[in-house]
Design a protein around this ligand. Structure first.
Ligand code: NAD
Length: 288
């Protein structure tokens, strides 16, 4: 298939490369010269703007930082420029209301659209083992599924438009709370004289185990390779985690859900991201 890919950052770069590996013709765009050059090295054709990248495609994938940017890119550079009948797959994490409004706008312009946010981090984006949670009609899901399968190990239909984003926000509320708890556990273990590797060997096989511990350990040199081993660079920026927690708290407020731990995690990431927003979210261990 001919697929446009817009947003070639920490996540999108690897995802676009996996579409190329699966045999698709990928027409890529990012504002960053560096990201475009890397995509070209991975076999994508790169363009000077998104309007050009979406010419003649059957599908458009977006992997952008936030809802305002996704809205601007889709409304100004995709709708009316990509061929009618194309499917739009927004893999960014954004709020449910914006994704539902964009889905309606896409339908009105003759496109199919799914929200298909991801879980898994950069290792999974590079390795093609992401989990996609998908919102959209049955017809849109059927069109999106084979494209997403080339970038992931699981593609799950969560429900109608917005359901994928709803699942993602709930997932990241859990992720933020378990990351902070994992950091606290390691810090306390250290104060009590435990070797971090020994504590990892125990807790990773005990009931304290979680993805934050065994796939993304916040302590350098412990567990598999993760951003902590790279000075907390790359990975999932604390500013993006804060964005997700704010969206989750807005959703909790409007739906009347009680999320006291999520709120506390949001406050802690707000304080941390004010100074270290570009660092990976596991760097919050530095604040403890
Ligand atoms: P990133 O900042 O590394 O990448 C975003 C890219 O979008 C950048 O390269 C930027 O130059 C580009 N961009 C911004 N505005 C643009 C525009 N108008 N046109 C074209 N390109 C533009 O972010 P990321 O870590 O890749 O995250 C992307 C999305 O995925 C976010 O919504 C994030 O919440 C979500 N996400 C990230 C992770 C992770 O581990 N990093 C995991 C799951 C979900």
């Amino acid at each position: 298939m001919k697929i446009a890919f817009i947003g070639l950052g920490n996540m999108g770069g690897g995802m676009a490369a996996n579409l190329v590996k699966a045999g698709h013709e990928v027409r890529a765009f990012d504002l960053s010269d560096e990201a475009r050059a890397a995509a070209q090295g991975n076999g994508c054709a790169v363009f000077d703007d998104a309007k050009e990248a979406v010419q003649g495609v059957e599908a458009v994938v977006t992997m952008l930082p936030n809802g305002e940017i996704v809205k601007a890119v889709l409304e100004n550079e995709v709708f009316g420029h990509a061929p009618a009948g194309a499917i739009v797959l927004d893999c960014s994490t954004i709020d449910v209301a914006t994704t539902r409004a964009l889905s309606e706008a896409a339908t009105a312009k003759g496109y199919l659209m799914v929200d298909a946010p991801v879980s898994g981090g950069i290792a999974a984006a590079n390795g093609g083992t992401l989990t996609f949670m998908v919102g959209g009609t049955g017809e849109a899901f059927a069109r999106a599924e084979p494209i997403l399968a080339a970038m992931g190990k699981a593609v799950i239909h969560a429900g109608d438009a917005g359901a994928g984003e709803a699942a993602k926000l709930c997932n990241n509320l859990i992720l933020a709370a378990t990351m902070i708890a994992t950091c606290e556990g390691f810090r306390l273990a250290e104060k009590l004289g435990l070797d971090p590797q020994v504590f990892y060997d125990i807790s990773s096989k005990a009931t304290g185990q979680s993805w934050s511990m065994t796939s993304y350990c916040p302590v350098p040199g412990v567990g598999p390779q993760s951003p902590s081993d790279n000075g907390y660079k790359g990975g999932f920026a604390s500013a993006l985690m804060l964005k997700d927690l704010k969206l989750a708290m807005e959703a909790a407020e409007t739906s009347g859900a009680s999320t006291p731990l999520g709120r506390h995690a949001k406050d802690l990431y707000e304080a941390f991201a004010a100074e270290h927003g570009a660092l990976d979210f596991s760097a919050i261990i530095k604040s403890l």
